[in-house]
Design a protein around this ligand. Structure first.
Ligand code: AHG
Ligand code: MN
Ligand code: MN
Ligand code: MN
Length: 336
């Protein structure tokens, strides 16, 4: 590589956050500090996932979480790493985690902390032992001044998110980050530098693409419009390709880059759907809308407008390219 080919002006996540902060005159730097803590949790979770097979971190922890999932050892470690990072930031009032039944107070260092964070520390954890991509999903809310950070105050729709995103621990570690009404930016972890580097600025997803991604093993339980929709994709002149990893982060990341649609609909067996609103559906929906796609629930409502009834509440979800989600809406309309 010739000298002139070396990029000496790299945009790291740290630099990106500093530049964002200077764009907002009113910014106190609290959000930037919170993002630095998030960044450390991603790096450390990625580190333990890479080493899992070497240091006996495979398999189950022997416990079950609030939403009924058997916890893997790494679910528990990822959760602990995330909580420690949020507490040490001094910028987070409370945390909602998939792995904790109750809210986790994080304001010991700073009782005036204003942010609330929702997280899925390891999404796709059933794939961990096979070395298949997993990730972390997060959403950040800013609480009203004087807020105590109670459960009730956390029952917020995605439209209240100030930032959201996810990581994918795959062949490389990817971070996708977006802020309210802002662009979607993608970063790649450079393990030698120990930094996330801005590699995918202003991500815009393709308007359509013939790929669908859902667990078709559930079709026995699906409602008529969902059955008709998937069948229409298979009967299309050029039939759609099926791609399903079983880690929402990985299926979503592919969908964001290549286009297509990811779905986990509500069905007869799971009338509220499987995926959880605060730390799976809403953050993903914000990313997809900001990248030019659509995200809706099984009632064909904008996913970001859905208000959870409890902190671990679930929803059906369809997210993807604008035109692909529109097809789902049209077929549901026909069924009334
Ligand atoms: P988690 O590992 O955080 O509990 O989430 C699992 C989710 C999501 O990653 C994925 O899209 C979906 O569950 C897969 O569910 P099925 O195994 O039912 O297809
Ligand atoms: Mn789980
Ligand atoms: Mn998950
Ligand atoms: Mn999880």
């Amino acid at each position: 590589v010739g000298h002139e080919q070396v990029n000496t002006n790299i945009v790291t996540l740290t630099r990106f956050l500093t530049e964002e902060q200077t764009k907002h005159k009113e910014a106190t730097g609290d959000f930037t500090l919170l993002c630095h803590a998030l960044q450390f949790s991603f790096k450390s979770i990625a580190y333990y996932i890479r080493r899992a097979s070497l240091i006996n971190l495979g398999g189950l922890a022997g416990s079950v979480n609030e939403t009924g999932d058997d916890q893997k050892k790494l679910d528990v470690i990822g959760n602990d790493l995330f909580i420690a990072a949020m507490k040490s930031s001094g910028r987070v009032k409370v945390l909602v985690s998939e792995e904790e039944e109750e809210l986790i107070p994080c304001d010991q260092l700073n009782p005036n902390a204003r942010y609330a964070v929702a997280c899925d520390p390891i999404d796709g954890s059933s794939n961990l032992d096979a070395g298949v991509s997993v990730g972390t999903i997060f959403g950040v809310f800013k609480l009203a001044e004087g807020s105590k950070g109670t459960k009730q105050e956390l029952l917020l729709p995605g439209t209240e998110l100030v930032a959201a995103g996810f990581t994918m621990y795959g062949a490389s570690t990817q971070l996708v980050l977006t802020m309210k009404d802002g662009p979607v930016n993608g970063f790649t972890m450079d393990t030698s530098l120990g930094e996330f580097i801005l590699t995918h600025p202003d991500m815009k997803m393709p308007k359509k693409r013939s790929i669908y991604s859902c667990n078709e093993g559930n079709s026995k339980y699906w409602h008529e419009p969902v059955l008709e929709w998937v069948d229409s994709l298979k009967q299309a002149e050029k039939p759609y390709s099926a791609r399903y990893i079983g880690s929402m982060v990985a299926d979503a990341y592919r969908t964001l880059l290549y286009g297509g649609i990811f779905a986990y609909p509500a069905d007869k067996k799971s009338p509220k759907g499987k995926l959880r609103i605060l730390y799976e559906c809403a953050p993903m929906a914000m990313v997809f809308e900001n990248a030019g796609g659509q995200a809706i629930d099984s009632n064909m409502r904008r996913m970001v407008e859905v208000v959870p009834e409890s902190i671990h509440d679930r929803s059906g979800i369809f997210l993807g390219s604008y035109d692909e989600v529109q097809k789902v809406i049209e077929i549901h309309k026909k069924h009334g």
